[in-house]
Design a protein around this ligand. Structure first.
Ligand SMILES: [Zn+2]
Length: 317
């Protein structure tokens, strides 16, 4: 098997912080044919721009007047509580303490963020116009807002086990309902699927024997990644189970990108270059992030998951 070597070499090259490596094409079952340099790279559309919608200044002034210079609640915040995350919930035992900490965090957010950027937050109260839809794992360690700095209004977000997107034929789900709203109503310009290292959902998928026999909700859900699992097994059977899981964590992201094209309202906007589909992989062991974009023109998805290509790969770390 050649691919894993290429794959690790690829990571090594990426670590040298090359910003754009062009495209590589994945043609089943030959996993990762080496990079095909492509001159067709399209910069990401401008991201995370604040939404500018009308907001009456009178309303803002009125709101500000209602806020004491340093309200009693905010006054309770000791200097060490002003930075979020100073106190860790995991280190707090009693439920009451947990909500006390949550309250402090909320009031700190209100005082140090909301009121300071009141015009922006009042505009957001009227409308949202996020540039991104983000699909990430429900894992508590991989919150996209924390690791990538998404601010209120930046990203319409859904999190599920193993950050999977089912194909359209599998029927309605929370995930595709959120996708439909983000794409057809909000008209987001980017969808980013974020996977991560040591994903328990992917490990469950890789360990699963026969999904038909199970009534386990988790098994039924992660079976949406079955195609990625089969591809992983075919390409990495000589590797350890852990390495297979690392491989599948990335392959399942690409499978989700391909699965999104089974929804005509997504495929149409991708074809018209109104929407870009991106993958992201957060390794929390070494705090690195890989980002890439599905190369729709170089992909062949007429048969489900037949082949795909990616471009604009970057390694941050
Ligand atoms: Zn996960």
């Amino acid at each position: 098997m050649v691919f894993p070597i290429i794959g690790y070499r690829m990571c090594s090259v990426l670590r040298s912080k090359v910003q754009s490596l062009g495209s590589y094409i994945h043609r089943d079952p030959w996993w990762c044919i080496p990079f095909v340099v492509s001159s067709r790279t399209r910069p990401l559309t401008k991201v995370m721009g604040w939404t500018k919608t009308y907001c009456g200044r009178a309303a803002i002034s009125s709101f500000k007047e209602q806020q004491p210079e340093d309200s009693s609640n905010c006054h309770r915040l000791s200097p060490e509580n002003k930075g979020l995350g100073v106190e860790k919930m995991a280190e707090t035992d009693a439920n009451q303490d947990l909500f006390d900490l949550m309250k402090k965090r909320f009031l700190s957010f209100k005082k140090h963020t909301y009121i300071k950027e009141l015009e922006h937050f009042q505009a957001l109260a009227e409308a949202q116009s996020p540039k991104f839809m983000v699909i990430a794992c429900a894992d508590s360690r991989v919150c996209p807002s924390n690791i990538l700095g998404f601010q209120p209004g930046d990203a319409f977000m859904i999190r599920n086990i193993a950050n999977l997107v089912p194909v359209m034929k599998n029927g309605p789900s929370e995930c595709n309902a959120a996708l439909e709203f983000a794409v057809t109503t909000l008209k987001v310009e980017n969808i980013l699927v974020i996977g991560h290292s040591s994903c328990a959902g992917i490990e469950t998928l890789m360990n699963m024997q026969d999904v038909q026999q199970t009534r386990n909700f988790i098994h039924k859900w992660v079976s949406n990644g079955e195609v990625a699992k089969l591809r992983t097994k075919a390409a990495t059977s000589h590797l350890s189970f852990d390495h297979q899981c690392r491989f599948c964590e990335k392959e399942s992201i690409n499978q989700s990108l391909v699965n999104m094209l089974s929804y005509p309202w997504i495929e149409d906007r991708v074809k018209r270059e109104l929407l870009c589909l991106h993958g992201g992989y957060y390794n929390f062991s070494n705090c690195s992030f890989e980002k890439w974009t599905l190369d729709f023109k170089e992909s062949n998805v007429t048969e489900e998951g037949k082949s795909y290509a990616v471009k604009e790969q970057e390694f941050w770390g």
